[in-house]
Design a protein. Structure first.
Length: 363
């Protein structure tokens, strides 16, 4: 049975282990230890993600969360705010994003094991580096994962709060190689990489392009000193759209634009990589994740509330690997702020929903 005191204690224990992105060794070790204590074969893959498996019946379901947290996330001191809410002391985040997701997975496994009874095979993947670009999920050992459907426990709000639509995300790296020269003595011998990069930047998609498409130049880096023509400039950015064709069109026109700039500056060498970082999706009936979760939510009295999100989660990466993922709420609010808090009954509801989903054997 999902047990409130136990899941709360697990959550508090996990929050007590600092795990800012890039410093996940301690939390990974703790998760591995706890999974093994439950009798699961737990391992860390080459990227340090914690993977585990609990045998059951029927096609496996992947349960996933991430173990890293954002800053300020060191020395977190959780405290109760009334009977149902846990906050930090106001100087750090709380880390419910995503220690609550980790606690839900551990509680569901414990409940499955101690109650016995039929359930699907459960695969577990707790990722590193989610908050810094889905790094763990991108480098996960997918040869160890056979599930074609996943529940990613990493959204704010109650479990009915589902990330129902996420954008296609494209990223680019553009390098302009020019030629340096003394800016005062012989500038005509130089090929000014920064100026050429500026021409490129001026033609890249930026800001809100329409109600489902955005673009951003995030980094421009070049030049060393004031009095030399710069021989190098790097431009990095991204664009996103809920519609794959729109994102593809932006990628094509960005490439054309860069070719035009290159033609204007034959002495420069421009190297551009524009690529899809992860695919978007829209949860619709017939999607294996929606078909798994929606009936379970309704049977427990929750009406699924899918909403679009502008960012990516590990769920996007899983979809890129052919795993139909759904991202559900686990009771956190004000994520990535010092006002972050956890509504304990919603974390419990999330655990009940996830357990019920895993106990639903395919017909
Ligand atoms: Zn998260």
């Amino acid at each position: 049975m999902i047990t409130r005191d136990r899941i709360v204690q697990t959550f508090l224990d996990l929050v007590g282990i600092d795990s800012p992105s890039g410093e996940e060794d301690a939390i990974a070790g703790e998760l591995e230890h706890r999974l093994r204590a439950l009798g699961l074969q737990a391992v860390q893959d080459a990227a340090g993600n914690v993977l585990a498996r609990l045998e059951g019946a029927g096609a496996p379901v992947l349960l996933s969360a991430h173990m890293d947290t954002v800053e300020p996330g060191r020395g977190i001191k959780p405290r109760w705010d009334g009977p149902d809410i846990i906050r930090s002391d106001g100087t750090t985040i709380l880390g419910a994003d995503n220690k609550a997701g980790c606690a839900v997975i551990l509680e569901v496994l414990q409940s499955l094991i101690e109650d016995g009874g039929p359930h699907r095979t459960v695969e577990v993947a707790v990722s590193r580096g989610e908050e810094v670009g889905l790094v763990g999920a991108a480098n996960m050992d997918y040869s160890r994962i056979t599930a074609r459907v996943a529940i990613v426990i990493d959204s704010g709000g109650p479990p009915s709060s589902i990330q129902g639509q996420a954008p296609y995300h494209y990223v680019y790296d553009i390098e302009v190689h020019g030629r340096s020269a003394h800016a005062g003595l012989e500038p005509e011998k130089g090929i000014p990489a920064v100026t050429i990069a500026a021409e490129i930047v001026a033609g890249l998609p930026q800001g809100r392009l329409d109600d489902e498409t955005t673009g951003n130049v995030g980094i421009i880096r070049g030049g060393l000193v004031r009095n030399a023509v710069p021989d190098y400039c790097l431009v990095q950015g991204e664009f996103r759209s809920m519609v794959e064709e729109k994102a593809e069109t932006l990628a094509r026109s960005a490439r054309r634009h860069i070719e035009t700039v290159q033609a204007r500056h034959p002495g420069a060498r421009i190297e551009a990589s524009i690529r899809m970082a992860y695919p978007g999706y829209r949860l619709e009936p017939g999607d294996p994740a929606a078909d798994l979760l929606y009936p379970v939510l309704r049977s427990l009295g929750f009406e699924p509330n899918p909403h679009p999100v502008g960012g990516g989660t590990d769920g996007n990466v899983f979809r890129g690997h052919g795993i139909a993922a759904v991202v559900i709420g686990r009771g956190g609010y004000n994520q990535h702020t010092k006002d972050e808090y956890l509504v304990v009954p919603e974390m419990l509801d999330c655990a009940r929903v996830v357990e019920a989903a895993v106990r639903t054997l395919p017909a």
